[in-house]
Ligand binder design. Structure first.
Ligand code: GDP
Ligand code: MN
Length: 385
């Protein structure tokens, strides 16, 4: 679960990690009031679940209250797209208004789960800031990694190792050791999969301060991470994803025009591959899961058909616990309830009650193309484009 920057900073603050003074605003009156408290010298930052804001106009340093209000107005009235969002971007509902600091150097610091190593690692670099991705690609040596032994935790010598590799002066070296220890504690205590501070600024006054923060909490730990101040902001997700989550479906919206309805994550991925091999592009990943009933299938079909990008649908079901006749009835329920024309639906159905499912669909006469295998499915999708 992604947190907003302001939520991540609250989490860090609890562990004595220094962050700039600032407040959250959701309208211009609030922006004005907060900017006044900083005599206009402030940074206006969109709160979205994506990085790359600085390069996309989502972070602006201003010098007057009027300018703060002006940039805030622009930010609050349009979606923002960064290289980490879709091209449509995401809505901006809140802004973080912070004191502007005099930054002399930007470092990079993160704690994350390395899935390859199956361990937590601490990463840091002297070359922090907005070009960190380029640094990672072109000068990977400038990013150092400390692997944390799960039995020992992050050891004090490791904190010193990281600090030493950053070539900090002694005052900042000591602040860094304390800070990285705090970040690691926050990471463990809140069941994070990522905490990233980029940049971690060294100010002209020789202090260290986290001027950006990103945090993700492990979804599987949410049952014990119920702190309300970290509530999930689902306004950032495409509406259809929220709808799908509330129906217990695993759904990810993509950019293509073939809506895919599948049971099982592996089959869903194979289905997307077949779709691409047929020269088409999937509009989504959708796994209805093993135990779906008619209503859940109908919800899934509805979500597919509500996506204006969907021009045809590919249903690929291997009936096991989920019976094919249940899927067929779900498709019928959803299509019957829609006023809009139904796009062509290609159905491959095998396994439990496949014959019955196919019969239901054939008799319903809603323009379903029944196919027997992947090859035929691909050919049919191709012929429909
Ligand atoms: P991101 O692009 O989404 O990662 O957003 P950041 O919070 O990292 O902000 C982008 C950039 O704005 C940072 O890399 C800094 O260079 C700059 N920035 C943010 N806050 C301040 C500040 O208080 N003072 C100065 N001088 N620069 C800042
Ligand atoms: Mn950043």
């Amino acid at each position: 679960m992604k947190l907003h920057e302001y939520q991540a900073k609250n989490l860090l603050k609890k562990h004595a990690v220094p962050v700039p003074n600032g407040e959250l605003a959701s309208n211009l009156a609030e922006v004005q009031k907060i900017a006044q408290s900083f005599q206009g010298q402030c940074v206006v930052k969109v709160q979205i679940h994506a990085g790359g804001r600085g390069k996309s106009g989502g972070v602006k340093v201003v010098k007057t209250v009027d300018d703060a209000v002006k940039v805030a107005q622009e930010m609050l009235t349009r979606n923002i797209a960064t290289h980490q969002t879709t091209t449509d971007g995401v809505p901006v509902n809140e802004l973080l208004i912070e004191e502007a600091l005099d930054v002399s150097q930007e470092l990079y610091l993160s704690v994350l789960v390395d899935s390859g190593l199956r361990k937590v690692i601490v990463m840091a670099s002297e070359a922090g800031g907005m070009e960190i991705e380029q640094v990672a690609e072109e000068q990977p040596d400038r990013i150092i990694r400390e692997v944390v032994d799960p039995n020992l935790g992050f050891m004090p010598y490791q904190a010193r190792n990281v600090a030493r590799s950053l070539n900090l002066n002694s005052a900042i070296h000591n602040q860094f050791v304390k800070l990285v220890t705090g970040v690691y504690k926050a990471f463990i205590e809140h069941d994070c999969t990522l905490i990233e501070i980029n940049p971690l600024a060294i100010t002209a006054q020789d202090t260290l301060i986290a001027i950006d923060a990103k945090a993700t909490i492990d979804d599987d730990a949410l049952f014990r991470q119920k702190d309300e101040s970290f509530a999930y902001d689902d306004r950032q997700d495409p509406e259809l994803e929220t709808l799908a989550r509330n129906s217990g479906l695993s759904y990810v919206k993509l950019d293509g025009d073939v809506g895919c309805l599948v049971n099982g994550a592996g089959l869903a991925m194979a289905t997307m591959d077949v779709t691409v091999a047929a020269g088409a592009t999937p509009a989504n990943f959708l796994d209805v899961g093993g135990g779906a009933n008619v209503e859940k299938v109908a919800n899934a079909v509805n979500i597919l058909l509500s996506d204006p990008g969907v021009k045809k649908v590919f249903v690929n079901i291997f009936g096991g616990i989920l019976r094919c006749d249940v899927v067929a009835r779900g498709i019928l329920d959803a299509t019957a309830a829609r006023k809009e024309p139904i796009p062509p639906i290609v159905v491959r159905m095998l396994g439990t009650n496949a014959e019955e499912g196919r019969k239901i669909l054939k008799e319903a006469n809603i323009g379903v193309h029944l196919v027997n295998d992947f090859t035929e499915a691909a050919a049919t999708i191709k012929s429909l484009s």
